[in-house]
Ligand binder design. Sequence first.
Ligand code: ADP
Ligand code: MG
Length: 282
Amino acid sequence: SVPLSYFSGIGGASKKGILIKGANYLEALTNVREVVFDKTGTLTKGEFAVKEVHPAGGFTCEEVLEAAACAEADSSHPIARSVLQAYGGEPCARMGYEEIPGHGVKAETEEGTVLAGNAKLMEREGIAYEKMEQPGTVLYVAEDNKFLGSVLIADQVKADAQDAVKGLRGMGIGTAMLTGDAQNIGNAIARQVGVDEAYCELLPQDKVEALEHIQAKNGSTAFVGDGINDAPVLARADVGIAMGGAGSDAAIEAADIVLMTDEPSSVPRAVRISKKTRRIVW
Ligand code: ADP
Ligand code: MG
């Protein structure tokens, strides 16, 4: 049987927009030693905006954006939405489209194959590209095996991300961040937010492995994520916590706890509620 006070703990949490799917998860939260956050959409807003376009020699900014929009037209990734918004026009006709997880996208058009993605995508496809060293997400664009240029896209850290990490540290709970993004971007965000460690350049399947590594090292671990990619990690974590506002259905489904306000600071709030509830039970 479940002690009655657990129901009041769940009720109190739900008033703060923290939906706990069962009393056992509230109990599990009291034992968490480490909280691991996904980066994009969890610690950051996931609202990307195009900041700069850098065409390669012989190409214009318009050509770079047009090709990028064409490649991204069928993607629902936040990067794709920012490119389509900056382009503004109707993207070209596509005969084929492929999303390459952790890399980017590939579309077949009348002009040839159009690629848009990170450095790993350019390397995998054998494109001679000019690397940009920028503390933001860089989208490299190629068409018909020619490098057209790059698009600098920036995201913003959520206002309460740093407080969330501080709140957890205050309770003796360690923090880490997982991201598919490049090392320099991951490190910059990790430093800004104050997490203890950052695991970068992870493919979706690598995220589960990283979580298991952290669990083995630190003990009971909660994972906080938002994306379709995050569902397997949410399921594997001792406590899976999803962003309920902008989060994907797959993440919400796989999670044990759902944060309706998408605020990382709801995580220390939930831990505090769980500890208070346990004190009442005992
Ligand atoms: P995160 O783990 O930070 O939430 P994702 O796993 O969604 O990030 O993506 C990892 C990286 O893969 C992105 O930073 C980006 O470089 C690349 N990527 C993924 N999807 C796309 C896309 N539709 N267009 C361009 N790049 C993409
Ligand atoms: Mg994400």
